[in-house]
Write a protein that binds this ligand. Structure first.
Ligand code: FES
Ligand code: FES
Length: 615
């Protein structure tokens, strides 16, 4: 029997030779401040001090910790906050906070070492950005709080946070820098089971038989459910087939392996080019409804093979736009710009995976979910499971990033509830990093064809944008429609198509459709500025009539980097530098169901609302 000193206390270590330190800390000792993200030594979220040296606990077999001293984030500043913790709080060097414990552990070690070395040399001051960067190079922050992280570590090393003062613009900052903040993946009820999902190895297949009996008969397995669609078809690698709940992850994983599935493979089509080719296999032939790859309702639309559309509700005098552009093309009008732009998919990969913990207490269902739509989800869960909404409670105390992909009622939630219903016990479903990167969503890729026509006086006469969204099996990739915003034109033809193919579904991603649209349109405007021989900022100001943004254009034009923009003669040699301008924009929406409760407690105004900070 071996032991280690963990946060100053002697602890007996498990004898399992495969046990990893991160699992023992989190699951056995309930030290949930140490986070598990990549499990591969890449992100640094699981960092702890082993005899004072930062290590990734996801790579360290627990037996390697025998006889050593381990410090987790809970052991740092337990009595009094460390200067690094105070600096992170004061300078808001965090957002969702899921990466923060790992950063804090590493940064405190760096801080203590650096100050010791400085003291021995009689030096002072702050370390260079390069030195901080080198020390933190094993850490990732998906919310990109890097700038403030650099500042916080530098200022702490310079001694600016040595006093007892604790301040922060963020109410939950202290919990996040000490590891006390509880995320969905940290929830642990008594008797809680672990749920895992069996996924399709085929891009397109029909499941002709599914046998859960062997899995259900295994010791430790408490529930097994089919997750097949009504038509029993799977349309992408990774689509869910079935799920089990067991006493631990290892047992659940073994149970998945004994589920019997018989597949009849069907022809599949991967990628937009293949999906629009003559005779391409069809992704949807029956009545299955495709998932929604964007935000907002999926309006009815025409289908031709694997192409859905056109959706053109945001057009304005589209026939005129089409005619004017066709005429300009026919007459070789030099002001007409036409171009095709392509954008790739973009992964959300929030550090906290999609996760849910479902628990029934009689009729009452409590679901902890890593969601960015806590209030809406309550209604969706009640509807999906035909429950009284009053009996459903959704909790999302802290969310380790969402970026749009955690807005819907996802499989992690429905599966956790289904398994909890069957097992009559709380169940947690948390995606692993592989699932997170493959089936949890991405910003759809797109091909965007733009035609932009100014008139002879330099006004915006016509714009045509035709977008083909690649959202795998999902639809509703609205890109062109957003070009209705900010630059009015006499006429706009804005058309969106979805091209479905046998890849996992895309999901809403920060300003869905906005960045690909702006990427294409803003470059077209630059090209127009070149042809009209007008300064690109001034052209935007001319075309955009909104007063606040016009003030923004003036501000941008006054910047030194714009005023001293390189002249062509400076642009020689192998490396050239340029300064560009582009606008990014999206809709803002009122959520009419939003409610805020205001009260005065102990002389302080308290605003309460069912909303969550998602990083
Ligand atoms: Fe261990 Fe990422 S480095 S979880
Ligand atoms: Fe770093 Fe969210 S604050 S990942």
């Amino acid at each position: 029997m071996s032991s280690a000193t963990i946060n100053g206390r002697s602890q007996i270590l498990p004898t399992d030779p495969d046990a990893l330190l991160v699992d023992v800390l989190r699951d056995t000792l309930q030290l949930k401040g140490t986070k598990l993200v990549c499990g591969a030594g890449v992100c640094g979220a699981c960092t702890v001090l082993l005899d004072g040296v930062p290590v990734c606990s996801c790579l360290l077999p627990v037996r390697a910790a025998a006889g050593k001293s381990i410090t987790t984030v809970e052991g740092i500043g337990a009595q009094k906050l460390h200067p690094v913790q105070k600096a992170f709080m004061a300078l808001d060097a965090l957002q969702c906070g899921f990466c923060t414990p790992g950063f804090i552990v590493e940064a405190t070690a760096f801080h203590d070492r650096w100050r010791q070395e400085q003291a021995s040399r009689g030096g002072a001051g702050a370390p260079s950005r390069e030195a901080i960067g080198a020390a933190m190079s094993g850490h990732l922050c998906r919310c990109s709080a890097y700038d403030n992280i650099f500042r916080a570590i530098g200022d702490a090393c310079a001694g600016r946070y040595d006093s007892d003062l604790e301040t922060s613009p963020r109410v939950e900052a202290r919990d996040k820098v000490t590891g006390a903040a509880r995320y969905t993946v940290d929830i642990q009820h008594d008797g809680q089971l672990e749920g895992l999902i069996l996924r399709s190895p085929h891009a397109h297949a029909r499941v002709t038989a599914l046998d859960l009996a062997h899995a259900l008969a295994m010791p430790g397995v408490k529930a097994a459910v089919s997750l097949l669609e009504k038509d029993s078809e799977v349309r992408f690698v990774g689509q869910q087939i079935a799920a089990v709940a067991a006493v631990d992850r290892k047992t659940a994983s073994t149970a998945l392996a004994v589920i019997g599935v018989v597949y009849e493979q069907l022809p599949s089509v991967i990628g937009v080019k293949a999906a629009v080719a003559d005779g391409a296999p069809l992704v949807y032939t029956g009545k299955s409804s495709p998932p929604n790859g964007s935000e907002g309702p999926v309006a009815p639309s025409r289908w031709r093979g694997n192409v859905r559309g056109p959706s053109d509700a945001f057009s304005h005098k589209k026939k005129k736009a089409k005619t004017w552009i066709a005429d300009a093309r026919a007459t070789n009008n030099p002001l007409l710009f036409e171009g095709t732009f392509r954008t790739a998919v973009q992964q959300h990969t929030a550090l906290e995976p999609h996760a849910a913990v479902a628990r029934f207490d009689g009729e009452q269902l409590t679901v902890h979910v890593s969601t960015q739509a806590v209030f809406e989800l309550r209604g969706k869960i009640a509807k999906h499971f035909k429950l009284d909404v009053e009996n459903v409670r959704v909790v999302a105390e802290h969310i380790g990033g969402g970026f749009g992909s955690k807005a819907a009622l996802g499989a992690e939630t429905t599966v956790a509830i289904q398994l909890a219903q069957m097992a009559k016990a709380p169940v947690r479903v948390a995606f692993n990093r592989h699932e997170e990167l493959s089936v949890a969503g991405y910003r759809p890729a797109a091909e965007i064809r733009v035609a932009l026509l100014p008139d002879a006086k330099g006004s915006l006469k016509a714009l045509s944008m035709r977008s083909f969204g690649d959202s795998g099996v999902a639809v509703n990739s609205t890109i062109s429609g957003l070009a209705r915003l900010i630059y009015p034109a006499e006429a706009k033809e804005l058309i969106d198509f979805d091209v479905v193919n046998n890849l996992p579904p895309g999901a809403p991603f920060r300003g869905p459709g906005g960045p690909p649209m702006a990427f294409a349109l803003e470059q077209a405007i630059d090209e127009a500025a070149l042809r009209l021989k007008v300064d690109p900022i001034q052209l935007r100001k001319r075309w955009d009539t909104y007063p606040n943004r016009r003030r923004l254009y003036d501000w941008a034009a006054s910047l030194e980097c714009w005023r001293s923009i390189s002249t062509p003669e400076m642009q020689t040699g192998r490396y050239r530098r340029g300064v560009g301008v582009a606008a990014g924009y999206w809709l803002y929406l009122w959520q009419l169901g939003s409610k805020v409760e205001l009260s005065v407690r102990n002389g302080r105004l308290v605003a309460s609302t069912a909303v969550q900070d998602i990083g």
